[in-house]
Design a protein around this ligand. Sequence first.
Ligand SMILES: [Zn+2]
Length: 242
Amino acid sequence: MGTRHHTERLDLLDSSVREWDATVLDVDDDNGIVLDRSAFYPGGGGQPPDYGVLLWAGVQTRIEGVRRGDDIRLIPTEGDPVPPVGTVVRGAIEDERRTALMRTHSGLHLLSGVVFRDFGALVTGSNMDPLSGRLDFNLEEVPPGFKEAVEAACNTEVAANRSIQAYELPREQAFEIPDIIRTATNLLPPSIEVVRIVDIEGLDVQADGGTHVASTQQVGEMRVVKVENKGKGFRRIRISLA
Ligand SMILES: [Zn+2]
């Protein structure tokens, strides 16, 4: 579509945004709807995309997925009316799902911080649904009482109410943070000049593009559901949130 601007990502600026006004920049039968401003999380880093609606001219377009290519493309429910280019719409995100995903995502970062601090293990994979998720760790030995110890340590950090902040740093500055060297130096292509950081104060710092709650208390009570042995040095920890 030539020279038009890309979508401004409201979700990256403020993860509490649930409703906003926007203008349709592009519509395509196969590729979805592009807005000038969007708070729909497009998926990535293990966090699934948001659901929601666009309201315009007395009708609604349900959004049931987001595709991330050259831009953020909202995928409407089949059969729903689609707003033409230039339409001013009210965007709204399904709050219950998004808030649950924010709590889950922050809970997984908290878990990664606890397991690295107490057991020296690094994350090798992750996945999440609203209120449940798993992290894979590179961990040779699982000591007795591991599951209970991890769960107790997680809930101690929840109760500690550590602040969780997202901010951007120039690449060189980000890569001076030991945690970032540990988790991200090999993942970020050289073309990326600014790194978004998610920082659980005093516990975990990661390069991350997801949406998070503002403090560990907002994660709520965490349960370690299962610790699975998936092969030599490969442990999978499953959590759920209350
Ligand atoms: Zn993350």
